[in-house]
Design a protein around this ligand. Structure first.
Ligand code: SAM
Ligand code: DTB
Ligand code: SF4
Length: 328
């Protein structure tokens, strides 16, 4: 099974629309070819700077434009963040992802602190990931030198639908940052959200853009909208598990080596629904009772789920090894 980067939109559409059981079966086959299907990576998220973001992303609790009641706080102290990373490691996480509600990174004291956080967490043997908004090449380089493993920057939705969801930046800005991250040798984590009112064609287009990037993302988060009171999307209906499955399975088929992350929205999913997502090729979750600002299943629940489904947490830095094997 070869890794392709020349998927056409028609091909992506025909995969996405194939009968659901065929789609899941095909994705499961690809998944088992490239990965140990028992392994699921456990990641922990921490919001290191919350709220007050100048962007107007219609789904987000942290934009200044909406009154969401989120508890705003400035950048957390380095020691507090390192402590949380230690706790995450002790509870079995191998990736620690720090989120900041910034439009873009500025070269100031706060960025210096983030650099120190990255260094400290890398030294713990965790894969460090950040999501800090837009980045220049130089900033990406600094993060790389500090030991950053991955950078999360989602496309979120299709190029076509982008303006309906965010007016304060362009789809092209996202691609640019992703390019800067890739150039610096940091692995790219990029995916999107479903449930924003987009069409199937928007989802297909977003997956097509991701799969045909010059370097396919190492990690693809698939988020189901967690609707936030006070945002323009507060009344959106919850996405169905079938839609989640189609996204996950299509991502798995298009990007066989990627970690496909079953991200936001798990709290509303049953165990059976999550099990279907793992079958369809999801091989990572965020653990811990909070995502960035919204609740997530308790760790105990996830431990039970792993036991029941016979899943085991994946060790850190494994993708580097598997990429070497495939590319050599
Ligand atoms: N400010 C940075 C950015 O936008 O890239 C990083 C933080 S942002 C919260 C990270 C990602 O979380 C977004 O790209 C989006 O995909 C996801 N996200 C944010 N709010 C969400 C929500 N209410 N439901 C589901 N996913 C959400
Ligand atoms: C991603 O795609 N999902 C995570 C992570 N990357 C940073 C964030 C989900 C946030 C959900 C809404 C919240 O908790 O505020
Ligand atoms: Fe800001 Fe990121 Fe939220 Fe958009 S998604 S408002 S950029 S924190």
């Amino acid at each position: 099974m070869e890794i392709r980067k020349n998927w056409t939109l028609e091909e992506v559409s025909s995969i996405y629309h194939s009968p659901i059981l065929d789609l899941v079966y095909r994705a499961a086959t690809v998944h088992r070819h490239y990965h140990d299907a028992q392994e699921v990576q456990v990641c922990t998220l921490l919001s290191i700077k919350t709220g007050g973001c100048p962007e107007d992303c219609a789904y987000c609790s942290q934009s200044v434009k909406y009154q969401t009641g989120v508890e705003v706080h400035k950048l957390l102290p380095i020691q507090e963040v390192l402590q949380k990373a230690e706790e995450a490691k002790a509870s079995g996480s191998t990736r620690f992802c720090m989120g900041a509600a910034w439009r873009e990174v500025r070269d100031n004291k706060d960025f210096d602190k983030v650099i120190e956080m990255v260094k400290g967490i890398n030294e713990m043997g965790l894969e460090v990931c950040c999501t800090l908004g837009m980045l220049t090449t130089e900033q990406a380089q600094r993060l790389k030198e500090a030991g950053l493993y991955a950078y999360n920057h989602n496309l979120d939705t299709s190029e076509n639908y982008y303006d309906e969801i965010i007016s304060t930046r362009k789809f092209q800005d996202r691609l640019e940052t992703i390019g800067n991250v890739n150039k610096a040798g940091i692995s790219v984590c990029s995916g999107g959200i479903i449930g924003l009112g987009e069409t199937d064609d928007d989802r297909i287009s977003m997956l097509h853009t991701l799969a045909t990037l010059p370097t396919q993302p190492e990690s693809v988060p698939v988020n189901a909208l967690v609707s936030i009171e006070g945002t323009p999307l507060e009344d959106q209906k919850r996405v169905s598990v079938w839609d989640m499955l189609r996204m996950i399975a299509t991502a798995r088929i298009l990007m066989p080596l990627a970690m496909v992350r079953l991200s936001a929205g798990r709290l509303e999913m049953t165990l059976e629904e999550q099990a279907m997502c793992f079958l369809a090729g999801a091989n990572s979750i965020f653990a811990g009772d909070k995502l960035l600002t919204t609740p997530n299943p308790e760790s105990d629940m996830d431990k039970k789920m792993f036991g029941l489904l016979g899943l085991k947490p994946r060790e850190a830095f494994k993708n580097e090894q598997s990429r070497e094997v495939v590319e050599n």
